[in-house]
Design a protein around this ligand. Structure first.
Ligand code: ZN
Ligand code: MN
Length: 495
């Protein structure tokens, strides 16, 4: 945990992530969680906080939260309870949020982040706790420009959230962003959340301070700042970079250390590229937490845990390793494929299986399928060329029917026309050049290029490359590798 040679301090970062669980209905009532409905149409007495209404826990939300916590290697509490977190805000009609305080349903996990490009060392980030809570509504300030009014939409009130709190284990803004990417990938793979950040399904608070070694050997710690409610990972990284510099400058000016003032909350102003002070942070005692009297304790038994565990698919970390060993591809290639999502990995595995080769399949995925997908948009499931069709094309390359650049043209045609490789080959007049044709062509080339022949006979075998371009002009269907091979064979035969 030393300051690096380039900075005279160590950056200490911890994250708090709120993730919306992928349920159809809210955490304590039957209202829909569908995004984008007209304001205040997905509400009922319970989520409006009307007197006499009673919450009932959504079991699906609890099961999804268990899945997330298990995937994050957390210990699951056998019994967990709900608490009221009291605060006043216009978008919180009950005057309290139902959350979990001293007995969260899970704690003490970890999630590792690895950079296959090696920009930072692998880092295992500890997770203090994962708990469940309900979301608040949304305040919309001054939406009709100039009116200066505030409107409240309570559609979101009561939406199930998982709050994931990490240890302060991250050491740079870049690591924080990479870790968030890994967390998001994991949650999407598991079907826990869609993690749609534009719709507010994943929000991040970041805690940061600096540890600055002093001449007397003591470590000075700057006051912790919490940067609230960021909804893009790019913003998180930028805000942390900014805050690192701001805190170091403040330290140089004031020498203020942790504990000398209350923990501060700052907001990230994306257009201005700065953080701004908001308020002194509440201590948890300010919320007057107390047990929610309207909900019973939740108990989790071994059978329930086993059921959640057995319904869980391979998480990204394990899938990367599995692809590496199953298909003999590099960690970098496995990372690129896995980061694109499970559907794309499925396509890759079907392709690799069909051609019996991982590396070639991975190259086609990265160079051609992914590029085309990025250009066209849409999902891999709707991609016009299916794995079997692409495998057929690749087998023809392997058989020497045509070379890879010709295959790329055929592939582009398959994508736009929806035709098979065989159909495209037939309509473009691409035909395999037979051995007699090839031999005649090579004789022709050698006769027309005495200088190249002389060079090759003199030991400069690479001069043969000059023959390939000419061969392609004479017959677009020839395989360059075969032309080269045959020409060299003929020249060697000259003695
Ligand atoms: Zn409701
Ligand atoms: Mn929270």
């Amino acid at each position: 945990m030393n300051a690096s040679p380039t900075t005279p301090f160590t950056t200490i970062i911890g994250l708090e992530v709120h993730v919306q669980l992928q349920t159809r209905t809210k955490l304590f009532c039957g209202c829909s969680t569908q995004f984008g409905a007209p304001p205040n149409t997905h509400v009922c007495p319970t989520c409006l906080g009307l007197p006499g209404s009673l919450p009932v826990m959504n079991r699906q939300a609890f099961a999804l939260a268990l899945r997330a916590a298990l995937a994050l290697n957390c210990t699951i509490a056998p019994t967990t309870k709900w608490d009221r977190k009291n605060y006043f805000y216009p978008d919180l009609p009950k005057g309290y949020q139902i959350s979990q305080f001293d007995l969260p349903f899970s704690s003490d996990g970890h999630l590792e982040v690895v950079d296959p490009k090696g920009a930072f060392a692998p880092r295992d980030v500890g997770i203090i706790r994962v708990h469940l809570e309900e979301d608040a509504g949304k305040s919309m300030h001054d939406e009709a420009a100039g009116t200066g009014d505030t409107r409240i939409d309570l559609n979101r009130a009561g939406t199930p959230l998982c709050e994931i709190v990490t240890q302060p284990d991250l050491r740079s803004p870049q690591e924080a962003r990479a870790w968030l990417n890994e967390l998001k990938l994991l949650l999407v793979y598991l079907g826990v959340s869609d993690c749609n950040m534009q719709e507010g399904s994943l929000r991040v608070d970041a805690n940061i301070n600096l540890h600055i070694p002093q001449p007397d050997g003591r470590i000075a710690k700057t006051p912790i700042v919490e940067i609230k409610n960021m909804n893009s990972f790019r913003s998180v990284e930028r805000a942390l970079v900014y805050e690192t510099a701001r805190q170091y400058q403040e330290w140089q000016e004031t020498k203020a250390e942790m504990g000398s003032k209350p923990k501060q909350t700052r907001g990230w102003d994306e257009p201005a590229g700065i953080t701004r002070g908001q308020r002194a942070k509440e201590e948890s005692s300010d919320y007057r937490y107390f047990p929610e009297p309207d909900l019973v304790l939740v108990t989790v038994d071994a059978a329930q845990l086993a059921a959640v565990q057995s319904g869980m698919t391979e998480p990204p970390t394990e899938l990367r390793k599995a692809l590496e060993s199953r298909w003999k591809i590099s960690p970098y290639d496995a990372d690129v494929l896995v980061n694109q999502g499970r559907e794309l990995v499925g396509y890759f595995e079907e392709l690799a299986g069909a051609i019996g080769e991982g590396k070639v399949a991975s190259n086609w995925m990265q160079q051609d399928v992914l590029r085309t997908l990025n250009e066209r948009g849409g999902t891999i499931d709707a991609f016009p060329v299916k794995p079997a069709g692409l495998a057929d094309l690749i087998r023809r390359v392997t058989a020497g029917d045509f070379d890879t650049s010709r295959a790329r043209e055929i592939f582009a045609d398959m994508v736009t026309s929806g035709r098979s490789a065989a159909e495209v080959v037939a309509t473009l007049g691409i035909s395999a050049v037979d051995d007699d044709e090839l031999l005649a062509l090579c004789h022709e080339l050698l006769a027309a290029n005495p200088k190249i022949v002389a060079d090759v006979r003199g030991g400069k075998e690479q001069a043969a490359a000059g023959l390939i371009g000419q061969a392609k002009k004479k017959n677009a269907n020839v395989n360059p590798g075969k032309v080269r091979e045959k020409c060299l064979e003929l020249i060697r035969a000259m003695g």
